[in-house]
Design a protein around this ligand. Structure first.
Ligand code: NAP
Length: 264
């Protein structure tokens, strides 16, 4: 039986990149999306194909759910239970950038509420629901020596102050604590919890600031002078998923071209 993973926001960008890498590693996939069904279907087909090319036979299914909504989250977990009967990996990836990059002296409460709900409250309570299910599965002996894992896609914005998107930064700083909290609480149940912290990654989210970052990267913003791509994040998730960090939990894996280093 294949291990199973639930990836939120898997229709596009980083979530799609993670799904494709997990498919090649032989994971069955519950692929969540918010509204873009066509993109989700495309990802589903591409995952099955990518697995086949890697001599793996996987099942991938899509599930629409707004992760900021309580009923939707419950439905997403129930869908995964009904479809795959098990869960080895949760990837909290879905997230939003503010629609308008507004100075914190003027930014709206509506944007703050939206970003906190989607980027922080959603993963916080989805993790709670999944963790309880994983504890149940541990007691039932489902995992047989391969510990279940929870991976959250954070951001360099957890510690980098961008005063024109304070709501986003605050949501990602909160996510960093989510990982530590659940890592501390779930270790006794054999569940490992990690944050993967991307730098600047080429997706729809960063499309509107492409020229700005092209220039910054060329000038040395990151020691590795290129944009990250969704596959870079996917490979880090697979390393975790395949149990290459068995004595680590609560850790941050920086996948940022070296952005996090202080340099002189
Ligand atoms: P993206 O290209 O805009 O894709 C966002 C994904 O999240 C889509 O699949 C979207 O589904 C889904 N989504 C949005 N709101 C949702 C909701 N309420 N419920 C469920 N799914 C929802 O963004 P991305 O760049 O791949 O970002 C993915 C994650 O990486 C985010 O958490 C982001 O903060 C983080 N990140 C990105 C970068 C970067 O440079 N791109 C850097 C650091 C961290 P639909 O297709 O249905 O809309």
């Amino acid at each position: 039986m294949n291990p199973a993973a639930l990836v939120t926001g898997a229709s596009r960008g980083i979530g799609r990149g993670i799904a494709l890498e997990l498919a090649q590693a032989g994971f069955d996939l519950a692929l969540n999306y918010a509204g873009n069904r066509e993109a989700a279907e495309q990802t589903r087909r591409d995952c099955v194909e990518a697995a086949r090319e890697n001599a793996k036979n996987i099942r991938a299914e899509i599930c629409q759910a707004d992760i900021s909504n309580t009923t939707d989250r419950q439905r997403l977990v129930q869908f995964t239970r009904d479809t795959f009967k098990r869960l080895d990996l949760l990837v909290n990836n879905a997230g939003l950038a503010p629609t308008v990059r507004a100075d914190i002296l003027e930014a709206s409460e509506e944007s703050f509420d939206l970003l906190i709900n989607v980027n922080l409250k959603g993963p916080y309570f989805l993790t709670q629901a999944v963790a309880n299910w994983m504890i149940e599965q541990t007691r039932q002996g489902v995992y047989k020596g391969a510990p279940p894992k929870i991976v959250t896609v954070g951001s360099i914005s957890a510690y980098t102050a961008s005063t024109n998107r304070g709501d986003y930064c605050v949501s990602k700083a909160g996510l960093a604590m989510l990982t530590r909290l659940y890592a501390a609480r779930l270790a006794e149940h054999g569940i490992l919890v990690y944050e993967i912290r991307p730098g600047v990654i080429a997706t729809d989210m960063t499309e509107s600031v492409k020229e700005k970052y092209d220039k910054l990267i060329a000038e040395g913003l990151t020691p590795i002078r290129r944009w990250g791509n969704p596959g870079d994040i996917g490979k880090a998730v697979v390393a975790v998923a395949l149990n290459y960090f068995p004595f680590s939990t609560g850790d941050v894996l920086n996948v940022d071209g070296g952005f996090h280093m202080r340099r002189l």
